[in-house]
Design a protein around this ligand. Structure first.
Ligand code: GLC
Length: 743
């Protein structure tokens, strides 16, 4: 008899209720039977204990915390990791507590557990959702072997403001691209089907919602946006994650228009559960339940807990308010116990869906953890995805890249060239800087025989000393090409790491100018967690690659691209501004009543800058060139429920193989509400040999043609649409089609 069935039976008996044990037809029936049986015998304290999620201390659970587990007052831990500590916590739960309910064991496995992959923003630059699924799957394998059964990822917040440090953790500014990566990562973490095996972990789409619209780009700040923008831009990736079966959703810290997300019944219940049918677990972000007091919507911890639970937050992360304060509130009739039961039911279902009642340890042990961690396969996946994540922003005047074998003397300069820590990026879980292949190490390993590499740091990443410039200039003068590795430290993006400027920190820009002024050819390698506004570099440096933070295989991947073993194919998932003064600036903007016109002063523009970005969404170069031709549409006009199909021929007109990301954008020319000048509707990655052509078919489903009208109903309105197919959001072949109302 399975442990699950045994437990149900025991629970039934121990509850004094002689349950007529009927063999459930399917695992789901067994789960419901078990959940019902448990709920019938749980005390109120045990029920609220299941809703209590607390953080371990330095990867383990403290003695006092384990006592709470024994008393049935803890439903899960975050930050208890490793086969040893997780086994001990789980053992106490399933052997020493009264009802032997296993624990959820959560961790922020954002872009790798120990094998650290590129940060999500970098991975989104690959536009390779299969790669994203693979890295999430690899991360789940390592985390699962270490006893983790729940990750607080994917982060699916759309971000249009690069001052916001958490732009690093998401997939950029576009809802279609963001949705595609949300689905890929959920499926990578959770695997197929709805029963999660030992190599899967429960995924969490976060932070629900509109966290990335923080005013001023300042983390945790107020979000205030229209329901239409919320529904059309910020909710789609969450909806996609839910449709892909995400097991949990994390409520955000921020308010939306006066209502904190963690107390927002409309968001967490009406939309998430009512409209989308989500039946998983909603977990609050860190102490966001407690923070309802700071928001000024709750006058006490108990009031905060009551607001959150009744809004739809099932698990209270780290506030301990549900466990400590709500028993009194429930007993006083402040919250119906049925509301508590519904939250407990969802938590128990999640545990059953993970198989924890039958296999609480899920095969995690020290030997298995060691066997599956940082394997050669994981490293080669990291190297492949890192290479695909690199965006070639500039390479003109005969193409300084790929480095030719004539470059016998190579200067490697900059504070990030030999950094072991920064390439891991923010949120790097158990990533170890000792695992990182630095840029310098990667170049040394790859440089052709006979090449001399000279390294000079030049300056620190953030301080203002220029004492190292002289040595850097000397090393550059003695070289045929200078590779400058500049950017941000890993601590300058991620949570609570917003910047008011988008320049190179410290004196790095001055170092770059000094090296360019030596007259030596310069390759700028950017390592950063957000778009940086570098107009001087864009004008004066011959070659620029954006590498973001690429993880443990940074040096190998960058060397692969700089020496041409990998032809860069990355495309920007975010707009790169000319100046922080342009922010927010994004490609899917509205036309306004006075769109910019160079010949008309009284149009939307700045006195001191062009209104266009430095580099647009979807932009990225290659070592080869692609030509688009022969754009044709399928049968038109179409009805509101139809899908538009577009075909285009893409030809590699260069001399080497390359991967192009073909992008299709639409624009609803006249509608009942204003529409973006373009919005991504489909994309395709394709690899072509030199001279090879391929016919590419792209499709625009109705959901990409629709809008929320003035009654806030989602509709596809009849009328003419413009359609663009090309290599970025700023160029491409054009066509039009009509949507007609079908009678
Ligand atoms: C943090 C983050 C969230 C993370 C959680 C647990 O404050 O906002 O993304 O999952 O707390 O570490």
């Amino acid at each position: 008899m399975s442990r699950l069935a045994l437990l149900s039976g025991l629970v039934g008996l121990s509850g004094g209720l002689a349950l007529a044990w009927t063999r459930p037809a399917t695992p789901r029936d067994a789960r419901e039977h078990l959940v019902d049986s448990l709920l019938r015998v749980m005390t109120l304290e045990e029920k609220l204990g299941q809703l209590n999620l607390i953080a371990g201390d330095r990867d383990t659970a403290t003695v006092a915390q384990l006592a709470l587990v024994r008393a049935g007052r803890v439903g899960g831990f975050l930050g208890v990791v490793g086969a040893g500590p997780t086994h001990e916590a789980q053992r106490i739960a399933v052997e020493e507590s009264r009802l032997k309910i296993p624990l959820l064991l959560g961790y922020d496995v954002i872009h790798g557990y120990r094998t650290i992959f590129p940060i999500p923003l970098a991975e989104a630059s690959s536009w390779d959702t299969a790669a994203a699924r693979a890295t999430a799957q690899a991360a789940a394998l390592e985390a699962g072997a270490a006893g983790v059964n729940w990750t607080y990822a994917p982060m699916v917040d759309i971000a249009r403001d690069p001052r916001w440090g958490r732009i690093a953790e998401g997939s950029g500014e576009d809802p279609e691209l963001g949705s595609a990566f949300a689905v890929a990562r959920v499926r990578g973490f959770q695997g197929p089907g709805d029963t999660l095996g030992p190599t899967s972990v429960l995924a969490t789409a976060k932070h629900f919602a509109a966290y990335g619209t923080a005013e001023g780009g300042r983390d945790y700040n107020t979000a205030d946006l229209s329901e239409r923008t919320l529904r059309e831009v910020y909710l789609p990736p969450f909806h996609a994650a839910v449709a892909a079966g995400a097991g949990s959703i994390m409520s955000a810290f921020n308010e939306i228009g006066g209502v904190p997300s963690t107390a927002n019944h409309w968001l967490l219940s009406s939309v998430l559960r009512g409209e989308w049918g989500f039946n998983g677990v909603v977990v609050s972000d860190w102490t966001s339940v407690k923070e309802l007091q700071a928001h000024g919507v709750a006058g006490s911890p108990a009031a905060a807990g009551a607001l959150a639970l009744q809004a739809g937050v099932d698990m209270d992360m780290q506030s301990s308010i549900y466990a400590d304060d709500l028993p009194t509130v429930v007993r006083a009739g402040g919250i119906p116990e049925a509301t508590v039961d519904e939250a407990v039911r969802r938590v128990l279902r999640a545990k059953a869906g993970l198989g924890l009642f039958d296999h609480p340890y899920r095969g995690a042990d020290v030997a298995r953890e060691r066997a599956v961690t940082l394997t050669p396969d994981a490293r080669s996946l990291a190297r492949k995805v890192a290479g695909e994540s690199i965006v070639l922003l500039k390479n003109n005047e005969g193409g300084l890249l790929p480095l030719s074998s004539r470059a016998r003397r190579v200067a490697v300069i900059g504070p990030l060239a030999d950094s072991h820590e920064d390439p891991l990026g923010p949120w790097h879980a158990l990533g170890d800087s000792a695992d990182v292949v630095t840029v310098l190490a990667g170049l040394k390993e790859r440089a052709p025989k006979g090449t001399t590499l000279r390294y000079a740091r030049g300056c620190a990443a953030t301080d203002t000393s220029t004492a190292g410039f002289a040595e850097a200039i000397r090393v550059a003068r003695g070289s045929d090409v200078a590779i400058l590795v500049l950017g941000e430290t890993d601590g300058m993006s991620g949570e609570a790491s917003s910047r008011s400027a988008l320049d190179l920190p410290g004196v790095q820009e001055r170092l770059l100018e000094a090296i360019v002024h030596t007259g030596k050819p310069v390759v700028l390698v950017l390592m950063n967690g957000r778009p940086l506004a570098l107009p001087w570099a864009a004008e004066h440096v011959r070659a620029i690659v954006e590498t973001w933070f690429l993880g443990v295989e940074t040096g190998h991947a960058i060397a692969d691209v700089l020496y041409g073993d990998v032809n860069p194919s990355g495309k920007l998932p975010v707009t790169v501004p000319r100046s922080v003064g342009q922010v927010p600036i994004y490609y899917n903007h509205k036309n306004t009543g006075r769109p910019f016109s160079p010949s008309d002063h009284f149009t939307s523009q700045y006195l001191d800058l062009p209104p266009t970005p430095l580099y647009p969404f979807g932009y990225g170069l290659s070592y080869t060139r692609f030509r688009y031709s022969d754009l044709r549409l399928g049968a038109t006009p179409i009805g509101p429920e139809d899908t538009v199909r577009a075909r285009v021929t893409v030809t590699n007109v260069g001399s080497r193989a390359g991967t192009e990301i073909v992008q299709l954008y639409v624009h609803d020319e006249v509608a009942s509400v204003t529409r973006p000048v373009r919005q991504l509707a489909d994309f395709r990655r394709l690899t072509l040999g030199p001279g090879e052509s391929q016919l590419v078919e792209l499709a625009i489903p109705p959901r990409r043609l629709g809008l929320y009208n003035q009654d806030m109903k989602f509709v596809v309105e009849p009328g003419w649409f413009s359609l663009y197919v090309g290599p970025s959001s700023a160029e491409g072949l054009e066509s039009r089609f009509e949507v007609v109302r079908k009678n």
